[in-house]
Design a protein around this ligand. Structure first.
Ligand code: ASP
Length: 430
């Protein structure tokens, strides 16, 4: 019995997790013993470990466009065939917005309670601002180029050319096209629809096979990615921003393990122990890649293989979730904006804090599921509540760590959304 497919799958998830732990432990040890400036360590981290990680990342990204298109088109055609698309769509979006708003509120309450901004001395503030000035300027430029909130932002969801949207990994544009394509396919007469669905299913299966091969590299790729980041991490930053990191990481852990674990238990009848045991590969991939998009193939595989979410529902909810549903990011935005306000000596009134929640939800929906995808949007939020955008420099030095941590609830939130929607439709096995 020990080498059945289920055991093999659990074995693979365990190895990915082991890769994560080994990479982190080795990176932290090297960082402490030889120091992040050591040339040999830098060479190994950037030329060997990071390259192994990049190979894994490239394979995952390679498969994102075919997976998003085929899973969404099939999902929509399947649900639309049963005429439940409006209902499932409304539940999905409603769930995403409510959980994201809750997460942003949790972040703000945590900063209000623990006031990490008060722990930053003027000297530390000046040094951090100086160190990340150039990076902050880049993010501000990106924010200006995106044009902020406007009608054009909404219009840009409709791609002029779906092939170009796919080529640019403009997932919102691709999703819009796939949704319409799936709805139209669902309306075709049966004899035309069947061969098309057959082709899409074959394409989807080919994609999942390639993902399976990529995931064989996951233990090494994950170890490499985490080793590079932890070995080169500046430890002094950690102590300077200890209070900020403790509040941000603590609140993200509460969102992940208490809020999402509790919601899955309450609304999908999946106990937290089962949820987190079966999501090990998912969490390790999200943590090491810092990217909801790169993790999407793993999220789809986990939902269908581990939790038996029907393919049409998983294919509909999860690609939307990877792009629109980011509760870790919304929580982080609440934390960072309030923290920077505290450091700047600004006390945000209750109504401004409510505005920060609303803006965090909107920008988390708009953020791309790539490393640092939310940073240009945070600049926009800061401008709206009159915090000087250059202040973002303060937290950029430690952002990769927070990015890894916030991507985990981002993707777990998508999975829980799929479980809850499937349960409410009566389509999740007991
Ligand atoms: N890295 C995050 C994600 O892909 C986005 C962000 O918060 O920057 O989900």
């Amino acid at each position: 019995m020990s080498d059945g497919p289920a055991d093999r799958k659990h074995g693979a998830a365990t190895w990915i997790f082991v890769g994560l732990l080994v990479g982190a432990a080795a990176g932290i040890a090297c960082n402490a013993w030889v120091g992040p400036a050591d040339p040999d360590l830098r060479w190994f981290a950037t030329r060997v470990a990071a390259k192994a990680g990049e190979l894994f990342l490239r394979l995952l990204f390679m498969i994102v466009v075919p997976v998003v298109f085929t899973s969404l088109a099939l999902g929509v055609a399947g649900i639309a065939g049963g005429r439940g698309l409006g209902r499932v769509g409304a539940k999905t979006i409603g769930w995403f917005v409510l959980t994201t708003a809750f997460a942003a509120t949790l972040g703000i309450v945590a900063v209000d309670l623990f006031r990490p901004g008060d722990a930053v001395t003027p000297e530390v503030k000046a040094a951090l601002l100086e160190a990340s000035k150039a990076e902050a300027a880049k993010r501000i430029e990106q924010a200006a180029a995106s044009g902020g909130f406007s009608i054009d932002l909404l219009l840009s969801i409709v791609p002029r050319n779906p092939v170009k949207a796919a080529a640019d990994t403009d997932l919102l544009g691709l999703i819009f096209f796939a949704l319409l394509f799936g709805i139209a396919a669902g309306k075709l007469p049966e004899e035309k629809r069947r061969p098309l669905v057959g082709v899409l299913e074959a394409l989807y299966e080919i994609s999942t096979r390639i993902i399976g091969w990529a995931m064989k590299l996951a233990p090494i790729g994950v170890a490499g990615l985490v080793f590079e980041k932890s070995a080169l991490f500046g430890g002094s930053l950690f102590s300077a921003l200890g209070a900020y990191l403790a509040v941000a990481l603590g609140a993200l852990a509460i969102q992940q393990f208490v809020v999402l674990g509790g919601l899955a238990w309450l609304f999908a009848k999946v106990p937290p122990t089962v949820l987190f045991r079966k999501s090990r590969a998912l969490m390790a991939t999200a943590f090491s890649t810092s990217s909801s998009n790169a993790t999407l193939p793993t999220t789809l595989a986990t939902a269908q293989n581990e939790f038996k979410v029907p393919a049409d529902l998983a294919g509909f909810v999860l690609p939307l979730g990877a792009t629109l549903n980011m509760n870790g990011t919304a929580l982080f935005e609440g934390v960072v904006v309030l923290f920077l306000a505290q450091v700047s000596g600004l006390e945000l009134t209750l109504s401004t804090q409510v505005l920060v929640v609303v803006l965090s939800v909107l920008t988390a929906i708009g953020a791309a599921g790539v490393p640092g995808g939310s940073l240009p949007l945070i600049v926009t939020v800061m401008q709206q509540v009159e915090i000087p955008p250059e202040m973002l420099a303060l937290v950029l030095g430690v952002d990769r760590l927070v990015d890894m941590a916030r991507t985990v609830p981002n993707v777990t939130g998508d999975l829980v959304g799929a479980l809850v929607v499937a349960r409410s439709e009566g389509r999740l096995p007991p």
